[in-house]
Design a protein around this ligand. Structure first.
Ligand code: UDP
Length: 340
């Protein structure tokens, strides 16, 4: 941070605020981070090309002092003229449907975008935090997954575009740390949910909640015995904040270790929405991981962090958002892509 003092209108010396640039800051998690940093008295620059991000997620921040939005593709040369204290690289399609819809953009933002964002961190002296993912573990053969596990990824499968882009991004981040001394962090984010998810992003939670509210059958892929562990976004962003303020360069898993088979998760959604929708089984997508649960020992130890929001509580917080969105879009499940 540049330590020159400013002089306020009343002639008092004031410290300039810290400033963070968040790539993908108009996305689901990025927008919560933008809000959190604004609340904690940082200036925030959001950079997003809006292919899966949405200005609605950050519209409440427009006009606030210290907030700036730049519509830009971070795979192109990126520049910011002011000082920067931190760069959070969160830009990427992140749901299996999205990264299969945008396979080349997903590979480019994980590789070229990470390179550009690291270059900016290097030239501006900012800390750099990479949003990585539990997908680096692929279909894991070790369970739960500690950060020391190298993973089981199919590089040429349909999920490979995301998994390998993030694995490359991690390698590039550590290379910039080792070769150029950039002060880097890596968070491996496990399944996260909350308001502002796109209704049709294709993930289990938006699909199930929307189907339940509309009275449609919940689509269970395969027999539903595959497991996931769902973390509420408020817990996740608190962990990211703590990680940025820690001094570890090693990857840190952030997620909720409470693991649940997908079919049981669907039943929890039915209870939370008071829906009597049926469950129907559909084909399991290619390379769908059989199990997933974060080992969060490292986050507990280094960050003194663990999630607080239970799945029941998180669903209570999240369902009204989907009800509202469905009211706005007239309950038409095909109309959402254009409007979200
Ligand atoms: N899933 C499902 N029905 C849906 C959407 C997803 O059964 O309508 C399953 C999916 O096959 C996976 C799990 O739910 O096993 C979580 O999928 P999601 O797309 O949320 O994210 P992933 O953890 O696979 O990246």
């Amino acid at each position: 941070m540049i330590l020159n003092t400013l002089v306020s209108e009343r002639g008092e010396a004031t410290m300039p605020k810290s400033r963070v640039l968040i790539t993908g800051g108009a996305g689901f998690i990025g927008s919560y981070l933008a809000e959190l940093f604004m609340d904690r008295d940082w200036e925030v620059v959001v950079m997003d090309n809006l292919i899966t991000g949405n200005l609605e997620n950050i519209e409440h921040l427009f006009g606030k002092q210290g907030f700036q939005f730049i519509e830009q593709d971070v795979t192109e040369y990126i520049h910011h003229s002011g000082s920067l204290d931190a760069i959070l690289h969160f830009a990427s399609p992140a749901s299996p449907i999205d990264y299969q819809l945008y396979p080349i953009q997903t590979l480019k933002v994980g590789s070229l975008g990470t390179h550009k964002a690291l270059g900016l961190a290097r030239s501006s002296g900012a800390k750099f935090l990479l949003a990585s993912t539990s997908e680096v573990y692929g279909d894991p053969l070790i369970h739960p997954q500690p950060e020391s596990y190298w993973g089981n990824v199919n590089p040429i499968g349909v999920r490979g575009v995301y998994d390998e882009a993030k694995r490359f991004a991690e390698a590039m981040t550590l290379a910039y740390h080792r070769a150029h001394g950039v002060d880097t962090r890596i968070v491996r984010i496990f399944n996260t949910y909350g308001s502002r998810m796109r209704l049709n992003d294709g993930r289990a939670l938006p699909n199930f909640v929307c189907q339940a509210i509309r009275g449609e059958p919940l689509t269970i892929y395969g027999d539903g015995s595959q497991t996931r562990s769902f973390c509420h976004v408020s817990d996740l962003v608190e962990g990211v904040w703590k990680l940025l303020h820690s001094n570890t360069h090693q990857p840190v898993n952030l997620g909720n270790p409470t693991e649940i088979p997908i079919v049981d998760f669907a039943r929890k959604v039915l209870a939370a929405t008071e829906s009597d929708s049926d469950l129907v089984h559909e084909t399991l997508p290619e390379d769908d991981p059989r199990v997933r649960q974060p080992d969060i020992s490292r986050a507990r130890e280094i960050l003194e962090w663990e999630p607080k929001v239970t799945l029941e509580e998180g669903l209570r917080l999240t369902v009204p958002y989907f009800e509202q969105k469905i009211r706005e879009t007239g309950n038409d499940s095909t109309a959402v892509r254009e409007s979200d």
